[in-house]
Write a protein that binds this ligand. Sequence first.
Ligand code: 5GP
Length: 208
Amino acid sequence: MAEQGNLFILSAPSGAGKSSLISALLKQDSSRVMQLSVSHTTRQPRPGEVDGQHYHFVTVEQFEQSVSEGAFYEYAKVFDNYYGTSVQAIDEQLAKGIDVFLDIDWQGAQQVRKKKPDVTSIFIAPPSKQELERRLTNRGQDSAEVIAGRMAKAQAECSHYDEFDYIIVNDDFDQALIDFTTIVNNQRLTREQQTRKHAELFKDLVSE
Ligand code: 5GP
């Protein structure tokens, strides 16, 4: 059987450093066996965001059409905008043996766990509430109102931390990256994965 990629969920309150950790992990991946899923969203692009790269930016009508066609593994309304994960894109990547990372919120994580029980979910936490607030304020892209809203959402996101398989507390970035890499490698070394990958080897090793 061809090697199937692993599916990972990453959730965190905004400001926990999730995007930086994912970028750093993917940068280390010279053989391109890991990819970040590109979600669909109805929110407006931020300065510098590119359609098809950061998100597929769509209208509410287009999003609702895709929902009715069953095109999403999961979707949720986050900060008044819709976000969704395409079934087709994920399945194609996994079938090619690519490890796929879903940067989604706790609502999406719950839906994906139901459809893909073998998914590995990781929660990334900030080292403290004060540090989270500092990081959200220093970003400089959003208004004070948006930041206050995000702090409230952060508390809601954090209240689901105990639904995840793994937790990384992002205090020291380098250590958090090591932790993240360890979790990903760990998944590749499970008996199931290794048996599939080395089917011929084990057939040979156990034959008399
Ligand atoms: P942002 O608008 O800052 O890029 O993302 C806001 C939140 O939406 C983040 O917590 C992010 O994880 C979540 N999000 C992004 N894409 C998806 C998705 O496809 N599904 C779900 N459920 N959440 C998403």
